[in-house]
Write a protein that binds this ligand. Structure first.
Ligand code: BES
Ligand code: MN
Ligand code: ZN
Length: 501
């Protein structure tokens, strides 16, 4: 794992294999960003010119290497693009992305120093987090030379001499970044290795390590408790389902949050089998549960003054002789009955049970996170998640929280007219499908039916951004991304600080 630290050494005197500087697109060509003054000096004022000659423009995503000038202790300088030059300072997200590009480019390097803009604690944290996320390499399966090592050590340089907040900023980035990388590992692990039981065991071990209370309901306990949704989805698999509760409490907490995650360790579609082309990446269908787990551990590591309970609804959706059939009726936790018209609409079934269970503990807010619908991917694409809620203020808050955390999201409605299609089951209270059009909203409306009166609830549909299939960009690798974790952590921080909860 990549080690992160902060140093007030000058970029010229720090011993490292590579020195990372920021460059931007100025009105008259390439500009060297703040933080790189000592490096520019070593190049005797010619740095921008040399970089332009090498083809650098300062565009976002760009990485240009050049041999270091005499007087620098590093052998290599890496210039990463920050995009358009900004006099009032670069956005935290552009710093995260630039640091991420640097860490990816320098994979295999032992030690790199980041001489990026780092005048404030927020900037230091952004550079550190982007660097840690960009250094991520999933290494579980590749042998020897097929794999690549992440950058060994990242040092964030700053001139904030003697300030404690610089160190705190790097510690925060370490806690959040390591938990995001943990969630990425869970998502990337092959579904023959990660099933509900092994996921629950990982949660138990990691919970223990961090002093969190973890309770696991196995298939017997789920049957006894009447969790018909989770059982109905998991019944077709050789790998039985689990419901995991992971609790973080703080003695000074004034509010309690419940985070509920969809944890389908593999979604084949069940009897309503997905066709080839739609199931190759369905190991990612537990990304919501991974995000929830990571957020609870991060809240604990940050010592936030708020109670956070995570609920992981874990099942494998498989077709078999024992699988739920389209046409079966499930009795959900809490007693509502659901006619399963399509076994591929399984996420809402496991979440419904978990939302009812979470509601029994009377949290101030429930936020569920789920790779719930292909319809949300059609609507918002692969980089933006949808935010729905039973409360307009909460929906707005979560959208703004995501924005402030550097995650793209968009508020989506829960139109009352779409509820009708779902209630037209002739034999049960609800059907697990309604109209095809607006399918992401129909799924949200289904979940809303299971939220207890008086509880504020929001739903994040991360089906688009949870898993990245294209070329890596910024700090985002191929595969699991860790989508929604920064939003959940920031939401917990806002709640702890007394923001609306
Ligand atoms: N896990 C899928 C949704 C999904 C699609 C996640 C693409 C990530 C990428 C979900 O369980 C599903 O199959 N949803 C169906 C619902 C439909 C049958 C009502 C869908 O969206 O097609
Ligand atoms: Mn499905
Ligand atoms: Zn699914």
């Amino acid at each position: 794992m990549t080690a992160l630290s902060v140093s007030t050494s000058s970029a010229a005197s720090l011993r490292a294999d590579a020195l990372v500087i920021g460059v931007a697109k100025g009105p008259k060509g390439l500009l060297v960003a703040p933080g790189a003054e000592a490096v520019a000096e070593a190049f005797e004022g010619k740095l921008a010119e040399v970089l332009s000659t090498l083809g650098a423009t300062g565009a976002e995503g760009e990485a240009v290497k050049l041999p270091a000038a005499a007087g620098l202790k590093a052998a290599l300088v890496l210039a990463v693009g920050l995009g358009e030059a900004a006099e009032e300072g670069y956005s935290l997200e552009s710093l995260r992305r630039a640091a991420g590009v640097a860490a990816r480019t320098l994979a295999g390097t032992k030690k790199a120093a980041l001489a990026l803009p780092a005048a404030s604690a927020e900037e230091i944290e952004a550079a550190a987090l982007g660097g840690l996320l960009g250094s991520y390499v999933f290494g579980s399966y590749k042998n020897g030379e097929n794999g690549k090592a992440p950058v060994g050590e990242l040092v964030v340089l700053t001139d904030r001499k003697g300030s404690k907040d610089a160190k705190a900023a790097v510690e925060r980035a370490t806690a959040v970044g390591e938990e995001i990388n943990r969630a990425r590992d869970l998502v990337n692990t092959a579904p023959n290795d990660l099933n509900p039981k092994s996921f629950a065991a990982i949660a138990q071990a990691a919970g223990k390590e961090h002093g969190l209370k973890v309770e696991v309901l196995d298939e017997k306990a789920l049957t006894k408790g009447g969790f018909g949704g989770i059982l109905g989805v998991g019944i077709g698999s050789q790998n039985p389902p689990r419901l995991v509760k992971v609790a973080y409490t703080h003695p000074k907490a004034k509010a309690t949050l419940a985070f509920v995650g969809k944890g389908i360790t593999y979604d084949s579609g069940g009897i309503s089998l997905k066709p080839a082309g739609h199931n190759e990446t369905m190991k990612c269908d537990m990304a919501g549960a991974a995000a929830v787990f990571a957020a609870v551990v991060a809240a604990k590591r940050l010592g936030l003054a708020v109670n956070v309970t995570g609920w992981l609804a874990l099942a494998e959706n498989m077709p078999s002789g024992s699988a739920t059939r389209p046409g079966d009726v499930l009795r959900m936790y809490g007693g509502k009955t659901v006619e399963v018209l399509n076994t591929d609409a399984e996420g809402r079934l496991v979440l419904a049970d978990a939302i009812v269970r979470a509601g029994e503990e009377n949290p101030d807010v429930i936020v569920d996170v789920a790779t719930l619908t292909g319809a949300m991917v059609l609507a918002l694409g692969h980089r933006t998640f949808g935010v729905m809620a039973n409360n307009d203020d909460l929906r707005e808050q979560l959208h703004n929280t995501a924005d402030a955390a550097g995650e793209a999201s968009w508020p989506m409605p829960l139109p009352a007219d779409l509820r009708k299609g779902m209630t037209e089951s002739t034999i049960a209270d609800l059907a697990n499908m309604g109209e095809r059009m607006g399918g992401g909203l129909v799924a949200g409306l289904f979940l809303k039916e299971f939220v207890a009166e008086g509880i504020d609830w929001a739903h994040l549909d991360i089906a688009g951004p949870a898993f990245h299939e294209g070329a890596p960009f910024g700090y985002t690798p191929k595969g699991g991304t860790g989508s929604a974790i920064r939003t959940l952590v920031r939401f917990a921080e806002e709640t702890a600080a007394g923001g609306k909860a």
